[in-house]
Design a protein around this ligand. Structure first.
Ligand SMILES: [Fe+2]
Length: 326
């Protein structure tokens, strides 16, 4: 990275901030100080920050709440957070993990330990960035034949993360699904664009070719454990809760949770955007079609739990579509 790495330290005790600055400044880090949660959140919204050291016991907004808010922010949630606290009970550690913190250090802290943890998290972040970039590049390459371009893959990832968060899945899972769901249609790279862009009625042969894209996708993604969710999503994102989907006609809980989430996210985006066979619908119409059905899309296609999560978060879907529209 070209610029100096920036560490945001949030602590209401000025003495602690001075201590951290004295430790980190001479090691070449740029230290930004905040004495309250609100001030810290404001800095994160306005500046680029590479890592956050966050005191748990803060007046007004406590550290857990601040951590949770950062992890809920689409722009900021990839910033690693180390919670620092005088509390060292098991419950505090569990709570830190629950709100999405990457690491936890007890006060008084060992300086070498602080430096080692920061170094490790920054290294992980760098390799995560490279991994994510490569996943997106592959997803974008697969769009070349398709009518979906630009931000479709990113929007689907964001919708999935919203549903996963509403279903109270762990921050780790919703981070995975956000990135890996972008590969759901990677198998379309095998389908000729004359079929994908055909505005007329497809022949049974053409239709059966399209229905193979989940299997092609799973084959392209392969067996690397880090992409196991992407593979599962590619394979099952057209399976329907009532068993009427493809490629296998899986039913109910036989369909992996990630597949049940992506079908709702993918449907929402397909309805909101123009297709060769239909115009773009607005949010209200799309909501009505997903929750009440229109003969083509039916609520019985979706896991009732995922559908409930969609209803709870529908306004966030509209927000993502607005923010990431092409
Ligand atoms: Fe698909």
């Amino acid at each position: 990275m070209a610029r100096t790495l920036r560490i945001l330290c949030i602590d209401d005790e000025p003495a602690n901030l001075v201590l951290l600055e004295g430790l980190l400044g001479p090691r070449g880090y740029d230290v930004i100080k905040a004495t309250s949660g609100q001030e810290g959140l404001k800095i994160i919204r306005e500046q680029e920050v590479d890592i956050v050291l966050l005191d748990v016991l803060l007046p007004q907004l406590d550290g857990y709440t601040v951590c949770k808010k950062i992890k809920e922010d689409v722009e900021a949630r990839n910033i690693p957070i180390i919670m620092i606290t005088a509390l060292a009970s098991k419950e505090d550690r569990i709570r830190s993990i629950e709100v999405g913190a990457e690491d936890f250090i007890s006060k008084p802290f060992d300086q070498a330990e602080v430096l080692a943890r920061i170094g490790m998290l920054l290294k992980i972040r760098e390799s995560e960035d490279a991994f994510t970039y490569t996943v997106y590049a592959l997803a974008r390459a697969a769009e070349i034949n398709d009518e979906d371009t630009g931000n479709h893959i990113l929007r689907v990832g964001e919708y999935c993360a919203i549903i996963a968060a509403n279903l109270k899945m762990s921050p780790k899972i919703f981070q995975h699904i956000r990135i890996q769901a972008t590969l759901h249609d990677v198998g379309k790279i095998h389908i000729p664009s004359v079929i994908l862009r055909n505005p007329g009625k497809l022949t049974p042969e053409e239709w059966s070719e399209i229905k193979k894209h989940p299997i092609y996708g799973a084959r392209i993604i392969g067996d690397h454990p880090r992409l196991s969710m992407a593979k599962s999503i590619a394979l099952t994102h057209h399976e329907r809760w009532d068993g009427s989907g493809y490629p296998y006609g899986l039913k109910g809980e036989k369909i992996p949770m990630e597949g049940r989430i992506v079908i709702v996210a993918d449907q929402y985006d397909a309805l909101r955007n123009p297709r060769v066979y239909k115009p773009a619908y607005d949010h209200q119409t799309t909501y009505k079609i997903i929750t009440e059905g229109d003969g083509r899309t039916m609520p019985s296609h979706f896991d009732p739990l995922v559908l409930a999560a969609f209803k709870n978060t529908a306004s966030q879907f509209a927000g993502v579509h607005e923010k990431l529209k092409e």
